[in-house]
Design a protein around this ligand. Sequence first.
Ligand code: NAD
Length: 511
Amino acid sequence: MTQVLATPASAALADRVTHWIDGARVPSTSGRSGPVYDPATGRQARTVDFASAEEVARAVASAKAAFPAWRATSISKRTEIMFNIRNLVAERRRELAAILTAEHGKVPSDALGEIARGLENLEFACGIAQLLKGSYSEQASGGVDVYQIRQPLGVVAGITPFNFPAMVPMWMFANAIMCGNTFILKPSEKDPSAALFLAELVREAGVPDGVFTVLQGDRIAVDGLLEHPDVKAISFVGSTPIAKHIYETGTRNGKRVQALGGAKNHMVVLPDADLGMAADAAVSAAYGSAGERCMAISVVLAVGDIGDALVDEIRARLPKIKVGPGTDPSAEMGPLVTREHRDKVASYLQSGADQGARLVVDGREHPLYDPSTGGFFLGVSLMDHVKPGMDSYENEIFGPVLQVVRVKDYAEAVRLINESPYGNGTAIFTRDGGAARQFQFDIEVGMVGINVPIPVPVAYYSFGGWKASLFGDLHMYGPEGIAFYTRSKVVTSRWPDPATSKVDLGFPRTR
Ligand code: NAD
């Protein structure tokens, strides 16, 4: 379905992308900034400020000052505000989507899809009254009651990747602030404007100044947050090496950390599968959003003798994918985010071919791929006869490249997935319920699809991979998100007997 987006009414796409502190745009005085490109033209569109260490301190001080009043705000007031945020994001979704297209490059259907998944998280947080309920044990001992409550942590920060500039912040901030924390967002410097647009909506919804802050920047901003003693928890989504750095540094500094990393998601196709359905699923999961999704399928494991037929089915679908700028309503796949990233993705096509894979479709032959000028386009690519050990198999490509590995049986497919350092998502396509059930039992991956290629959990479950795809204990959003953004307190209480006005001050007995 084609989609037409609205021009953002706010100043969100200003030439200079600033911080958002104390409920207003705050330009940096650091003298440091970075370029933000329009990926469809390859031209620099604006600059983004980079925070200094002093600006990190200012942002944290603002969030810290806002915390006492915000945590004391009633649950019903916070809920009303969350409903307002949800409604404003829903009403203004086309403007927000236009910002995503302008800076990330994704086509409108992908941008609106991202916002729809983010909205689910805002809707989940509207139920915070139910989610924050504690527990109560009456008469745990003679005249003694024991109860558990959940309280916010204080200032918490979220550091987000380029590929979902609206959804991933929504994964984090909705639950964080509804639990009573104040939240600092450090968005990707590649597409930073969506964060400012969200900040405007959050303010309009009634969130007090200082409760939601945007700090723009690079490593200096991130390290400042990791080292600041008043930041109590860090949520991170990005690549594995940075996730590991965030987890190690944050925990060393005494913070609670959840750090989601990269992925290499395999889709198993068993010989009994409907190959047409599997090919449709592989194509949409591999090339949607130009493959820049941590849940994208990047490897198809063709089990048994179906390899030739499956590759034919996939190849037949590829010419129909229209590549173009997001401003073209008929475009289905946009450019990659930067020239550097596009060139890196293209380098895996070359190394794959050099190492013996067959390039069935080579995206570098697409007319919009012009390495010298223009937008950061790369056509869709299909590589067959890929083998473990090849660079393109071992590394996350994060682009519109689908690889097919032929395996002799189910056991080999499971072994390859379980040997991967990553464990974000996986899927199996089969008509055999017993085989699917065995797969869900065997596989060492955090999110599993059965005839579903991108099994991103709905907002009332939690999102997270295993192994090098997540550092930390708690997954993101959903019930585990509430656990992450709160800490538990257990109260043991005793009151004088109303009949005698006496209180037994002996040590609480268990019987
Ligand atoms: P990235 O790791 O380069 O950047 C993520 C964030 O970290 C950005 O805000 C960036 O400014 C910051 N950062 C980058 N280098 C840093 C450094 N040296 N020190 C401190 N901070 C630094 O990731 P990206 O390229 O923006 O996003 C793509 C990656 O994110 C892919 O690997 C993808 O798989 C992963 N991702 C994972 C999930 C998930 O849920 N597991 C979701 C989306 C994206």
